[in-house]
Design a protein around this ligand. Sequence first.
Ligand code: ZN
Length: 363
Amino acid sequence: MNKAYKFRIYPSENQINVIENSFGCSRFVYNHFLNQRNEVYKDKKICVKYTEQQNQLPSMKKEFVWLKEVDSTSLQMSLRNLDTAFKNFFEGRADRPKFKSRRNNYKTYTSNFVNNNIDIKKDKIKFPKLKWIKAKVHRYFHGRIINGTISKTPSGKYFVSICVETEIEPLEKVTENIGLDLGLSYFATLSNGEKIENPKYLKKSLNKLTREQRKLSSKQQGSNNFHKQRVKVAKLYERVANQRIDFIHKLSKRIISENQVIVLEDLAVKNMMKNDKLAQSISDVCWHKFITMLEYKAKWCGRKLHKIDRWYPSSKTCNECDYIMEDITLHIREWKCPQCGSIHDRDINASKNILRQGLLDIA
Ligand SMILES: [Zn+2]
């Protein structure tokens, strides 16, 4: 099982030069081979293979000697990323790979672990071509390092994310199971009746972000004030993103530790995103990331996460007698079953159905 650990780093001026150089070289390699793939496809209608391009790397370094200044594994990784981008495209998971722009605000490059070139100590991290970088090391890990990724956020902070192969550590089994209904009015409703709200602080920072974003668009592009405001917005954006991540980390951890089987609906988040009004709230509650977290945490801890078919009428079915209430709109929060008389909270009833259906599926 692979796990990533992210640390803030504080590179010196020299180290920053090397890092920026590496961003540039990675991008150059990516764009060069993307262009080659596009051209060959245009001419001969064939796809260039990864290995074919990898074999060209040495001669490319002779032509563009400055590529030798950066870690060679990072160039290979860039090529590998391109290959993955094409695979995702061919298999319908992503759009066609695009050229990476110098002006892209979020920069990264990845180095592979070879001969202890990546290491971590109390307050520093070793990285190829950079030696030791000052770092805030807030946690330790066991396992084999696979690679490391250096990134720079739009506000100018640097991070290292270290990917580690770890052993699975199953938690002790528990008897509770839970169904989750993800919604807009609440972040999630659980089949035990608990409703989880979106945290207020998140809403606050989001409002602030919207305000500052509006200010930015009123400034003249390229001016000093524009630049200052852009950094301000970028910092706020990072804060919102961190708060979101923190919230779903804690929530997913608790749900996994308390329950053996976790059932939720397989949401087509991508399709719902097309609806503009919903998009904000959806990105807001970030279900997608939440579900991903539940998935990998369930794997680590020996829990079972099950997704039920998203066409299952979880909101319309009476959990007591299976009566299906056809005309139930999004606005109806409570309803009475005409067959058995039960009064249902819409979301709690749905989450109970989700749990029941999930347990039937895996039985
Ligand atoms: Zn009923």
